[in-house]
Design a binder for this molecule. Structure first.
Ligand code: NAI
Ligand code: MG
Length: 331
């Protein structure tokens, strides 16, 4: 039996994570979920968004499945996600984006993965008020840049991917993005079989919308990776589908790319696919590869069949009903 920390999260978190837990249990994987509370719910219950015992639990189990948590905009507590990623040094955020057969999309052959640096950049939390405004520091270090570049090239090699595209704004951020690009180039020397190129982030956005099938591995600093992740999710059918694995040397947190979606919370209409697939990534990570594959096949089959989809994908199934269909398809 394997212990896994479980955080349901806020907003649609309870709904979509309950689906994920049900599906994981239905695969037969022998997992003991240790539930912890973080986010708004933790503020109400413990007076803080990320109680120390949540971090302790993840440190002990070295793996967590996490639902989305709400972060107040422009005020209030610091993002639980950013704190967790930093505290546990989960430096690589891995976000695959692949076309699903059966969905009506503008593109047919998208198969890319975004590797987002997860510990620094504009998320370093160095922000202060200054006279007449405020200032945020974008921290880019050689060490973190090399570490994330190595992760990207290793993943490319492991998954037989051919090309890494580094996203930057080195024409404007001449110092910080020079550090990033130099680090990427240096690491690339050890991976001669993989092509490396780079794109300025705004041009990259246009290119991704026009020719997404041309891209393979996208390597980005923290904020650019965040933005491009949602953009790429939109290319294949939306945030209901994409997962984000936060990986460190000594542990990992698996989640969806999407947030707590307060606009649709409590209505049984959220698409649980992203969280269910995050569950599959988690299973894979702890050695339940067969069970993970079962889940991925069930989702792919269901989407391809096209009869039973949630509202965001043009269907009319609720979260619970969709989850039942996924479980029926597990073989
Ligand atoms: P969001 O990702 O929650 O929602 C964006 C849009 O996508 C909304 O229209 C929502 O209804 C839709 N959507 C998201 N997930 C969906 C799903 N599973 N099925 C169907 N539709 C879905 O982003 P938003 O609204 O900007 O942020 C809401 C809150 O979530 C904020 O407090 C934000 O800080 C937090 N957040 C948390 C994340 C995490 O915990 N990893 C990641 C992103 C945002
Ligand atoms: Mg985001």
């Amino acid at each position: 039996m394997k212990n896994v920390t479980l955080i349901y999260g806020d907003g649609i978190g309870k709904e979509v994570m309950s689906s994920a837990v049900e599906v994981i249990k239905a695969t037969g994987a022998d997992i003991n979920f240790e539930e912890e509370i973080a986010g708004l719910e933790a503020v109400e219950k413990y007076g803080e968004p990320l109680p120390k015992k949540v971090i302790d639990s993840i440190k002990k189990n070295k793996v967590a499945l996490k639902g989305p948590v709400t972060t107040p905009v422009g005020k209030g507590f610091r993002s639980v996600n950013v704190t967790l990623r930093k505290e546990l040094n989960l430096y690589a955020n891995v976000r695959p984006v692949k076309t699903y057969e059966g969905l009506k999309n503008r593109y047919e052959d998208i198969d890319l993965v975004i590797i987002r640096e997860n510990t620094e950049g504009l998320y370093a939390g160095i922000e202060k008020e200054i006279e007449g405004g405020a200032e945020t520091t974008r921290l880019i270090t050689k060490e973190a840049s090399k570490r994330i570049a190595k992760y990207a090239f290793e993943l490319a090699r492991r998954e037989s991917r051919k090309m890494v595209t580094a996203l930057h704004k080195a024409n404007i951020c001449k110092l910080t993005d020079r550090v990033f690009l130099d680090a990427v180039n240096e690491v690339h020397k050890d991976y001669p079989e993989i092509e490396l190129n780079d794109l300025i982030i705004d041009a990259a956005c246009m290119n991704l919308v026009m020719y997404p099938e041309k891209y393979d591995v996208l390597l980005a600093t923290n904020l650019f990776g965040d933005i491009v992740s949602d953009l790429c999710a939109g290319l294949i059918g939306g945030l209901g589908l994409t997962t984000g694995s936060n990986i460190g040397k000594d542990g990992a947190i698996f989640e969806a790319v999407h947030g707590s979606a307060p606009d649709i919370a409590g209505k049984d209409i959220a698409n649980p696919t992203a969280c269910i697939l995050a569950g599959a990534k988690m299973l894979n990570y702890i050695g339940y590869e067969k069970e993970a594959k079962k889940i991925e096949n069930a989702i792919e089959g269901l989407i391809k069949e096209g009869k039973y989809l949630t509202k965001d994908l043009g269907g009319n199934l609720g979260t619970k009903e969709f989850t039942k269909r996924v479980i029926e398809r597990l073989q």
